[in-house]
Design a protein around this ligand. Structure first.
Ligand SMILES: [Zn+2]
Length: 232
């Protein structure tokens, strides 16, 4: 069931975001070594495809690989914090104060990654949260499908009032391309929050094309990704 709710800032108050305690991480359906195997839809020579696959693997930093088996992520969902300052701890505290429809408190911060803006976290710093380390479903999208299968990335700031910092943009672009390469997420699977819900997140001034515009394989995008534009 898909449940949509209006939001305050980026955050959802509805029942669809209730995290499940004790969730057992799914084992990725494709092992890392085989994930980049050429697909029928890919073009180019076998050598080209092998080079593209190697580039995607090389772009994935080992420190981002979780210690537990990775979920089979299919989407990346970008958010803003709708605050001028913040860090993982402040967002975690805020989210712990929220309750689901059953009255149970959220487990904590709903995102998998936070990117700082120099106010609370270093400008451009990327910090994984417990949801990434433990490969838990997110609590950020307001839609079960995108919480279960979507990696939630939050950039600190209110991008209705101003754009992210250049370092945030660089960090977000790099992280998105790395995640897309690692999990073979097509361009069409990279979304802004307002693509899937009734929200202003991540803000009118969010520089979508700079962060998730057409990217090269060098940036980590795998060959065969559908370059179908789904955004305005
Ligand atoms: Zn959001």
């Amino acid at each position: 069931m898909i449940t949509l709710h209006a939001t305050i800032g980026c955050f959802w108050g509805g029942p669809a975001v209730a995290p499940t305690r004790g969730f057992a991480p799914m084992r990725s359906s494709v092992k890392a070594a085989g994930r980049y195997a050429p697909q029928a839809s890919e073009r180019g020579s076998r050598a080209d495809r092998q080079a593209q696959a190697a580039a995607a693997l090389a772009a994935w930093p080992a420190q981002l690989e979780p210690a537990v088996p990775a979920r089979a992520w299919k989407y990346i969902v970008l958010h803003h914090s709708a605050t001028t300052a913040g860090d993982v701890l402040s967002i975690d505290e805020d989210h712990r104060g929220r309750t689901d429809a059953a009255g149970d408190h959220w487990l904590g911060i709903g995102y998998h990654f936070v990117i700082g803006n120099g106010h609370g976290m270093a400008d451009g710093a990327v910090e994984p949260t417990f949801r990434w380390r433990e490969q838990l479903q997110g609590a950020h999208a307001g839609v079960h499908r995108y919480n279960d299968e979507g990696i939630g990335i939050c950039l600190v700031g209110n991008f209705n009032e101003g754009p992210p910092t250049p370092r945030q943009i660089d960090a977000a672009r790099t992280l998105v391309s790395q995640l897309a390469g690692r999990f073979a997420i097509p361009r069409a699977g990279c979304l802004r929050h307002d693509d899937i819900g009734n929200t202003e997140c991540p803000g009118r001034l969010f520089p979508w094309d700079q962060i998730a515009g057409p990217l090269s394989v060098k940036d980590g995008w795998v060959a065969g990704s559908r370059m179908m534009p789904v955004h305005r």
